[in-house]
Every structure is written in structure tokens, then in C-alpha cells.
Design a protein around this ligand. Structure first.
Ligand SMILES: Cc1ncc(COP(=O)(O)O)c(C=O)c1O
Ligand SMILES: Nc1c(O)cccc1C(=O)C[C@H](N)C(=O)O
Length: 427
């Protein structure tokens, strides 16, 4: 009997085997009761030989079948037939029109405040620099040490450029930033606070309305990174009084690798902010070929060069799918998926020495959970070879991302069982 067979025989006979049978029934019940289960069929399926559990929709979402059909159509019709006329007919307005639709469906934003732009990193640069410059006399930027590297690096660069000081929110064991963490750091010197709404590592969901109000009370501006929340957690940017936000579209908006990010600039602020990368497409009269730069009066001033029209097509399909379902239903399923993942982790991974480092309270959790174990770097490689795809974040974190419209409960269970089996093989 080889090592693997011996392990599964032992597991099937023992208490873990009984739990596995119970979980199979639970997963089947959850799938049967899931009102969104049918939507999984709408995504391209590469077959089980390639993929048996996709647990990384929070890094790169799966393509919709509609996108596989619509992209070639775009090449033939919009691009291939209309050619340069496309700019006048549609594309000049496309970044703003798609932003408006995204705002309505997923951001809680009235028209004229969201647009599709550059990468997340570049949009963070533009908006954080603009925010620092809009608060003269205030020379501090607050960000947390657990924020995604690009957010921290962009802020380091801006601080060096503008002679500003970074005030760091220190890490908590379970991640995330609470209002109490900001109380001492916010002063009359704070220009802007930059936080992720859902933390990329722990999945902690911050209290955006409370923190935004707290930051405003100190006279500073608030920028939320929405990369891990847009399309998985309902957002109400207008109602929360958010100043600025940036988010990527390749995770829960299924825009494809490197699809452009979006930004939100509250209407009340637009006239006061000047972004630092001056290009012709953000100018007052792009086709006037003027001598010098004057920013557009509207949101368009935050655009720099030719908008990535081709790359923003796929996300439109996902925004429409979300519109047909509603963000509340998406969130409801997301919570059920993360709860199932936590139960499976407690039953199968914690007894093997793993530790759950994501919030237990659904109200404080986004759409992924993270489990730590010293062998997870090696385990990830083996899992990927078997078509089970979570991702690994150093030093020891296995992230289990649950994209509500494309992930099923039995699929999740299959993936968690594979994680357990690989850990057992490695031990
Ligand atoms: C919170 C957060 N911010 C930013 C990024 C990425 O920025 P960019 O799209 O520029 O690579 C990611 C993921 O890649 C992220 O998780
Ligand atoms: N943006 C990514 C990429 O270009 C390559 C691989 C992964 C990514 C990611 O999205 C990483 C992700 N934002 C994270 O939370 O770790």
C-alpha cells in the first residue's frame, strides 16, 4: 500500500472519515439550496483535468462564456468595422460610461464619480498625490503595515516626493484596521488615510463608514482600496461619504489578467483635486492640440492617456451579471462560502497544526479566508499540480478565495480535502 492510499484508508476508517462523509452531505445540501448555483455554468470550464477547485478568484477571476463570445465580436465589429470612428461614436465616453454603470451596480455611486483608468497602482499614485496636495499644511499620510505592498510602496514614493511623513498603523494578529487604531495617529497634520476595505491577507472587512467619518472629523481625506471588496461586498461610497477609492477589476469583476482599475472621486472634491500625471486625454480640450495643459472640468481630468478600451470589455460582462443578481445576493452566498471554508478548516486543517487567521465574525470578513501552516509553500505547489488552486502568501498563509458567482460548496469541499491530504502527505 503506498503512502497516499494508506493515508486515505486510515482517514476513511477514523473520525476524520466520518466528518468527511458528513461534510459531503452538507456541501450537497448547500449547493442544492443555493439560488445562485446555476450561475457557475456561465463561466468557462476548462475541464476537471485542468481544474478541480478554483479557490483564487480573489487574485484572478474566471472568464465568463459571454466574454469568450463578446471579445471576438468586439474585434470584428466595434474595432474591425468602425475603426477610428469608434472614438467619436463610443470610446471617448466609454471609461466614464462603464464607471457610471459600475458605480450604480457595485459601488453605491451616483453618475459622474467613477471611471475606468490605469492600473490600481497608477490610480493610487494619482489620487493619493492629489489628496496630499489638496491639504496644504498637512504633511502626514496614514497607512497600515499590513496593506498590500503596492499601496505602501506608492505612499513611500509620494512621501519622498512631497516631503511627507508616513504614520503606520501597526499590525494586529488577525489583521485589519479598527477605528481605535487610528485614534492616536489622526492629527491636524494628517492629509490622507489609505486603507484596504478588505485586507488582502486576513480578509478583514473594515468598518468603512465609521472610519471615513473619523478621518473627516480630523479634517483629512479618506481613500479606500477596494480591490478585494468590489464585486464581493456591497459598497455605498456616496452614503458613507467616501472621498476617494480605487479598485482592480481582475478579481471579483472578472476583467482578465491586467484589466484596468477603476477610481472613484467624490463629486464634491473633483474641482479641488489636481492629479499629477498630465496627459492629453485628461485635458480640457484633447483634440484642440493646445500649447499647455489645462485639466478637464469634470471627472475626465483624472484620465491621462488613451483609455484601454479593449481591456475594459470583459469586466462589462461581469458587471451586468452582478446587476442581474444584486450585490446583496452575492454577499449572502459569499458569507455561506466563507463559513463553510472555516468549518472545513477547523475540522480538517487545524488538527494538523494549521491556524485560521481570518475573522470568525462574518460581519468582519470579506470573501476569502487565510489559514497558516509552515508547510503551505510546498503544499501549494502540489495542489496546483492536482488542479486545486488556492494561493500562497508568505510567510505561511494559504488564501482560500471564494468568488460567489463561480464557486460551489462541493468544489470548495473538494479543495479543502485536497489541502488536508497534501498536508498529511507532507507530514
Ligand atoms: C489591495 C490591493 N491593492 C492593489 C493591488 C494590485 O495593484 P495593481 O493592479 O496595480 O497590480 C492588489 C493586487 O494585486 C491588491 O490586492
Ligand atoms: N495582480 C496580480 C498579478 O498581476 C499577478 C498575480 C497575482 C496578482 C494579485 O492580484 C495579487 C493579489 N492582489 C493579492 O491580494 O495578493
Amino acid at each position: 500500500m503506498n503512502k497516499e492510499t494508506k493515508l486515505s484508508t486510515t482517514l476513511d476508517a477514523g473520525p476524520v472519515g466520518a466528518a468527511a462523509r458528513d461534510f459531503a452531505a452538507v456541501s450537497a445540501t448547500l449547493d442544492a439550496a443555493d439560488p445562485l448555483a446555476g450561475h457557475r455554468e456561465l463561466f468557462h470550464d476548462p475541464g476537471t483535468a485542468q481544474l478541480s477547485a478554483y479557490l483564487d478568484g480573489n487574485s484572478l477571476g474566471r472568464p465568463l462564456k459571454a466574454t469568450a463570445a463578446n471579445l471576438p465580436r468586439f474585434v470584428e465589429e466595434a474595432w474591425g468595422s468602425r475603426l477610428i470612428r469608434g472614438w467619436d461614436e463610443q470610446w471617448m465616453d466609454e471609461p466614464l460610461a462603464v464607471g457610471d454603470r459600475l458605480g450604480e451596480v457595485a459601488l453605491g455611486a451616483a453618475p459622474g464619480q467613477a471611471f475606468i483608468g490605469d492600473s490600481t497602482s497608477v490610480l493610487l499614485y494619482k489620487l493619493i498625490r492629489a489628496a496630499v496636495d489638496a491639504r496644504p499644511g498637512r504633511d502626514e499620510i496614514i497607512v497600515d503595515r499590513d496593506n498590500f505592498p503596492t499601496d505602501r510602496f506608492i505612499i513611500e514614493g509620494i512621501a519622498a516626493e512631497r516631503n511627507a511623513t508616513i504614520r503606520w498603523v501597526e499590525s494586529r494578529p488577525a489583521g485589519g484596521v479598527r477605528p481605535a487604531d487610528l485614534a492616536e495617529l489622526l492629527t491636524e497634520r494628517t492629509a490622507v488615510v489609505v486603507l484596504s476595505h478588505v485586507a488582502y491577507r486576513s480578509g478583514y472587512l473594515a468598518d468603512a463608514p465609521a472610519i471615513t467619518a473619523q478621518v473627516h472629523h480630523a479634517g483629512a481625506l479618506m481613500l479606500w482600496d477596494l480591490c478585494h471588496s468590489v464585486g464581493s461586498v456591497p459598497l455605498e461610497l456616496d452614503a458613507w461619504g467616501v472621498d476617494l477609492a480605487v479598485g482592480c477589476t481582475y478579481k471579483y469583476l472578472n476583467g482578465g489578467p491586467g484589466s484596468p482599475a477603476f477610481a472613484y472621486v467624490n463629486a464634491a472634491l473633483q474641482g479641488q483635486l489636481q492629479q499629477p500625471i498630465w496627459g492629453w486625454m485628461g485635458a480640457h480640450d484633447p483634440f484642440g492640440m493646445t500649447d499647455s495643459y489645462r485639466p478637464a472640468d469634470s471627472l475626465r481630468r483624472f484620465i491621462t492617456g488613451t483609455p484601454p478600451i479593449l481591456a475594459m470589455q470583459p469586466l462589462k460582462d461581469m458587471v451586468e451579471l452582478i446587476a442581474s443578481v444584486g450585490m446583496d445576493a452575492v454577499r449572502e452566498k459569499s458569507i455561506k462560502l466563507t463559513e463553510h471554508a472555516l468549518n472545513l478548516a477547523d475540522a480538517w486543517l487545524v488538527p494538523l497544526g494549521a491556524e485560521v487567521v481570518s475573522p470568525r465574525d462574518a460581519a468582519e470578513r470579506g470573501s476569502h479566508i487565510t489559514v497558516d501552516h509552515p508547510r503551505f509553500a510546498e503544499a501549494t505547489q502540489l495542489l496546483w499540480e492536482r488542479g486545486v488552486i488556492p494561493d500562497f502568501r508568505p510567510p505561511h498563509g494559504l488564501r482560500i478565495g471564494l468568488s460567489p458567482l463561480s464557486t460551489g460548496f462541493a468544489e470548495l469541499e473538494h479543495g479543502m480535502r485536497a489541502i488536508r491530504d497534501v498536508l498529511l502527505e507532507l507530514s
